[in-house]
Design a protein around this ligand. Structure first.
Ligand code: GTR
Length: 423
């Protein structure tokens, strides 16, 4: 498409009743509109915030509320019973270096239940280990060629995915995503990995919230405009997993990193913002509604994301379609909610749809809040060149060459950063 229309614009095909139209999106820096970001350190009544205490007690709560009510939506308040049972599936994986087990979570409420399976890959050592926790897009079985790992029982994404037939996983896709999850390197560096197929918590399509975790709540059929969308439900799932993992003697509860790529990077950021038990947060190529500043309107816009994925955010977020410049918030404020915990944002050079520069600037502006805790966190430089990670105390960033993806290079930087933070 790009070649036909010219190189500085991205064209996305949109399905509207009876026709397909190509809509254009800006990917040229010179066309970014002038914008003014909402202040991080001035509260709604106009008072300047200059202490950690005032940020935490006063301003942080205001910002959190904005994201809850206007962007991701509020979690249902009803209590939900969660039970987890573990089955060891391989105690001598990777020539005895690691054990694999499956932890089946059963969520129950209002006479309904939902099962979701966490794959735990832990080094065979006799001390608690730091872990990475993150969802996978295609099923736990796509990480490794190991026939003991179960296939997801529910919806999986199709499209160009290997071995998916009518949104059902088949054994053909075993190990197909190993490149995104360099498990052996992760283990070699002393980390464990916990991952779940995101569709186990909420299938990723617009069904009016009749399936997945939303369906367990009595409010699911009667929604308010600020009720949670799918991103918030995936984040909720991460917190429920954490409830179990923080009690696990094999895991260091103070060294759990929440990680996610793309829509799951948006999910990791929101999980990190609302759940302070995540000691480190990593967003990879998370783009619009993730790390990228919306007001730049570079690549994916608020209208584009809401039109293609109406179930990701709360309904209030749709009121900002084509109104980015008057939004009373932007994504640098989401990143600031994670302070002072370590945060790493990663971009990819060719990933214009996710606005790499907007992802960096968001982190840079969020460093204002991080610098309340330690002046050494302040990012005052420009976006670094490709493949040149920037580490500024508790904040990290890199721009990898290449496309929208997660690569061993990305993981290498994530682990270098985690090593520094957890040393
Ligand atoms: C795209 C979407 C992005 C990003 C990506 C992904 O289609 O526009 O916001 O989330 O999907 O999750 O891979």
């Amino acid at each position: 498409m790009k070649a036909i229309f010219g190189s500085n614009w991205l064209y996305v095909l949109i399905l509207v009743p009876m026709s397909i139209v190509a809509q254009e999106y800006n990917t040229e820096e010179a066309e970014v509109p002038e914008y003014k970001l909402p202040e991080l350190l001035v509260n709604q009544s106009g008072k300047r915030i200059s202490t950690i205490e005032a940020w935490e007690k006063d301003r942080r709560a205001e910002v959190l509320k904005l994201f809850e009510e206007e962007v991701y939506g509020k979690q249902a308040l009803e209590t939900i019973a969660v039970d987890a049972s573990e089955k060891l599936i391989d105690s001598i994986a990777f020539e005895g270096k690691a054990s694999l087990s499956e932890m089946t979570f059963t969520f129950k409420a209002n006479g309904k239940s939902l099962k979701a399976v966490l794959l735990l890959i832990l080094p065979n050592v006799n001390h608690p280990v730091p872990i990475f926790l993150g969802y996978n897009f295609n099923g736990n079985h796509t990480l490794l060629h190991n026939s003991s790992i179960s296939l997801p029982k529910g919806w999986v994404m199709s499209g160009d995915q290997i071995g998916v037939i009518n949104n059902e996983a088949t054994a053909v896709s075993r190990g197909s995503k190993y490149a995104r999850w360099p498990v052996l390197n992760i283990l070699a560096r002393g980390y464990g990995l916990a991952t779940m197929h995101y569709g186990d918590i909420d299938p990723d399509y617009d069904d009016g919230f009749q399936n997945g975790i939303h369906a367990l709540f009595s409010t699911s059929g009667n929604r308010n405009k600020s009720d949670w969308g799918s991103i918030a439900s995936w984040s909720f799932g991460l917190s429920k997993i954490m409830d179990r993992l923080e009690k696990d003697p094999r895991i260091n509860p103070d060294q759990v990193t929440v990680f996610g790529h793309s829509r799951l990077g948006k999910t990791a950021l929101w999980a990190g913002a609302i759940d302070k038990r995540f000691a480190l947060v990593i967003s990879n190529n998370s783009g619009c509604g993730g790390a990228a500043l919306s007001k730049r309107q570079f690549g994916e816009t608020v209208a584009a994301i809401n039109n293609r994925f109406p179930h990701w955010f709360c309904d209030n977020f749709k009121s900002y379609n084509n109104r980015e410049l008057s939004m009373p918030f932007d994504q640098h404020q989401l990143l600031a909610l994670i302070a002072p915990r370590p945060l790493y944002v990663a971009s990819a050079k060719n990933d214009n749809w996710a606005d790499p520069k907007g992802e960096f600037l968001s982190l840079k502006y969020a460093s204002e809040v991080y610098s309340l805790y330690d002046e050494g966190n302040r990012i005052s430089v420009d976006q670094p060149p490709q493949n040149t990670p920037l580490i500024q105390n508790s904040l990290g960033y890199h721009l990898r060459n290449g496309n929208h993806d997660v690569t061993p290079y990305d993981w290498e930087q994530f682990m270098n950063f985690a090593d520094l933070q957890f040393k």
